[in-house]
Design a protein around this ligand. Structure first.
Ligand code: ARG
Length: 603
């Protein structure tokens, strides 16, 4: 009820300002700062909203809070615009003002949503005139070339995609950036190894299948650690690569291409769109990061390395921690690249991305890194006044034993295998259910449902957790038809759509909605929260808020459906309840889409 609450807020504010200016000599500017403190009601019996400001104003105004509340209500009682929306407010307890939205207003909101594809979620352009202001970078997934894309990257991929979807839906222009680790000294050994074991690959691309690059990386690393000639060659190779040697660059791009294919496979299966812009992209900008820091007087040379000492972050020895931007050997590092990326992202188009908000989705282990580079960028003056940099951290993925997720043989879990297993288990569950229900379905149905349910389960399990906490990966839990899971929600949606379909093709948009039961109002009020939830996710970047809402909504729906007849009801109740069914189905469907989870017609 975003729009309704905004309107209510405006009216209450007016009443509050009027009252305050009558009883004090506060300056106009401080009156303008008054906040009615309008929040959703804490209990349904209090109505829809409550206004809490009477309590906080008691002291500065030197009046009992109840008296303040009364005076505000006295004013609002005569405000026609307010009375269009709400009943006359009631005062409760020491001075809370309880506000109940009028039934006719809730019903007209329902009727509006039945016609509105956005289900009441306002697009940002309606409250922001400058489109340029709404460019947002979401830096997510970001695996490393020739290394494993692990469950941490999977979490980043799933959470980042969901956040990007919500931001896009709100109308922001979102740059979904894959900041892949495609540069660094490790390429010295990788290229040296490649030149020796697969020289043909450099002449004819695709002549050699490099296979699993993770093994390739391991071999190269092992040689690097044990063979000094190989080490020397690798170091030379780094220099060659950095100076733009053609063959080295070719080998480098071959390795990147090979990894990219692996990553792409995962993205395709999960329906993730990403623009790759790896670390190498920022190479031309690295030196100017160091120069810029030097000019702004932040740079300190410490033991040969160029660094900036942080404020507010100390090491074990109690001394300030540095962000190193140029190593003793002259090389740049992860932090230098991120600083260059920050500058680039905030720089106006066409020299940069022109972003106003930059969001990084990585595991919580990188919090210090981001704390450091954000602070340095800020002190260097590289963040515009309206720009915001946000690290969106998430916890570790653990096995059911609470330790790092591993396969039974103790190896790290490959993402491909993990997705396959989820789908395989979903298929087993489905076949069992079909047998129990005595249903016959063709193989296309089985494969579609299994893969949708399997992938949805992996995604939802990730998204429904508060991302900050560590999360225990459990196939059994995520695939269960009970509880806050993807299969539960997918199934709820199938069922609700079914009820609605059975209702026949009544044109709900044209029918007159009329409610008679409290359960109808409870469900309607729950449905009308959708827009608030979306805007909250946009602000707080917590996808679990949306998951919890969808779960709660389907439970409220179940109670409604258990207690109130729908298809067998008399008109106008039948059509009114069908309208609730349809809006519930639409809300679940849109909610799932914003989570990045496709829905099913049947399952
Ligand atoms: N490649 C990094 C890793 O695998 C994540 C990069 C995150 N993004 C960034 N701009 N630093 O840990």
């Amino acid at each position: 009820m975003l729009i309704i609450s905004q309107l209510i807020g405006i009216r209450i504010r007016r009443a509050l300002e009027e009252f305050v200016s009558e009883c004090t000599t506060l300056s106009e500017s401080s009156i303008a700062l008054l906040d009615p403190q309008l929040v959703p009601a804490t209990k349904p019996e209090f109505g829809d909203f409550q206004v809490n400001c009477a309590l906080t104003l008691a002291k500065p105004l030197r009046k009992p809070p109840r008296e303040i509340a009364l005076a505000i209500v006295e004013k609002i009682k005569h405000d026609e615009q307010f009375l269009e929306l709400c009943e006359v407010p009631l005062i409760a307890g020491p001075g809370f003002i309880n506000i109940t939205v009028k039934p006719k207003c809730l019903i007209s909101e329902l009727e509006h949503r039945l016609r509105d594809k956005r289900l009441g979620v306002p697009p940002i352009d309606s409250d922001r005139s400058d489109k340029q202001l709404s460019r947002v970078v979401v830096d997510f997934s970001s695996p490393n070339i020739a290394k494993e894309m692990h469950v941490g990257h999977l979490r980043s991929t799933i959470i980042g995609d969901c956040l990007a979807r919500v931001l896009e839906f709100r109308g922001h222009t979102v740059l979904r950036l894959n900041h892949v680790g495609d540069w660094g000294t490790q390429f010295g050994m990788l290229i040296t190894h490649l030149k020796q074991v697969a020289p043909l690959a450099l002449k004819k691309p695709d002549a050699v299948d490099l296979g699993d690059l993770v093994d390739f990386y391991r071999e190269a690393k092992q040689r690097f650690d044990t063979d000094i000639t190989f080490q020397a060659l690798s170091r030379e190779e780094v220099v060659k690569l950095q100076s733009g040697d053609e063959i080295s660059l070719k080998a480098w791009s071959l390795l990147c291409e090979q990894s990219r294919r692996e990553f792409q496979n995962i993205y395709q299966r999960l329906d993730i769109r990403l623009t790759e812009r790896g670390e190498s992209f920022y190479n031309p900008y690295l030196q100017s990061v160091v120069d810029g820091l030097e000019r702004s007087g932040l740079l300190v040379v410490d033991d040969g390395a160029k660094c900036v000492f942080l404020e507010g972050l100390v090491g074990k020895d109690g001394k300030a921690l540095p962000v190193i931007v140029q190593k003793r050997d002259g090389g740049f590092n992860y932090a230098t690249t991120d600083l260059a990326a920050i500058r680039y992202r905030f720089t106006a188009i066409p020299q940069g991305d022109g972003a106003c908000r930059v969001i990084y989705v990585t595991d919580v282990g990188q919090s210090n890194h981001f704390f450091g580079v954000f602070q340095v960028a800020k002190r260097a003056g590289w963040i515009p006044s309206d720009g915001s940099l946000e690290h969106v951290p998430f916890g570790l993925v653990q096995g059911e034993d609470g330790k790092k997720l591993k396969t039974r043989s103790g190896d790290t879990v490959r993402l491909r295998d993990l997705l396959d297993e989820a789908i395989g288990r979903a298929e087993k569950d489905l076949r069992r259910r079909l047998r129990e229900e005595g249903r016959q379905e063709d193989s296309a149905f089985i494969s579609n449902v299994s893969s949708t349910v399997g992938l949805a389960s992996v995604k939802y399990a990730d998204l429904s957790q508060n991302r900050i906490t560590n999360y225990q990966f459990s196939f059994d839990r995520m695939l269960s038809l009970q509880g806050n899971t993807a299969p539960y929600l997918l199934y709820a949606l199938v069922r609700i759509s079914g009820i609605y379909r059975k209702g026949g093709d009544t044109d709900l948009a044209l029918s007159k909605v009329e409610f008679s039961e409290p359960q109808e109002w409870v469900l309607l009020r729950e449905l009308l929260k959708f827009d608030d939830v979306i805007v909250l996710v946009e602000k707080e970047l917590l996808p679990n808020r949306l998951c919890n809402y969808l779960f709660e909504l389907s439970q409220v729906f179940n109670r409604f459906y258990d207690q109130v007849p729908v298809l067998k009801a008399e008109e106008p109740h039948r059509v009114s309840r069908l309208a609730l069914c349809r809006l519930t189905a639409d809300t679940l469907k849109l909610g799932m889409t914003l989570l990045g989870i496709p829905t099913l017609e049947r399952m």
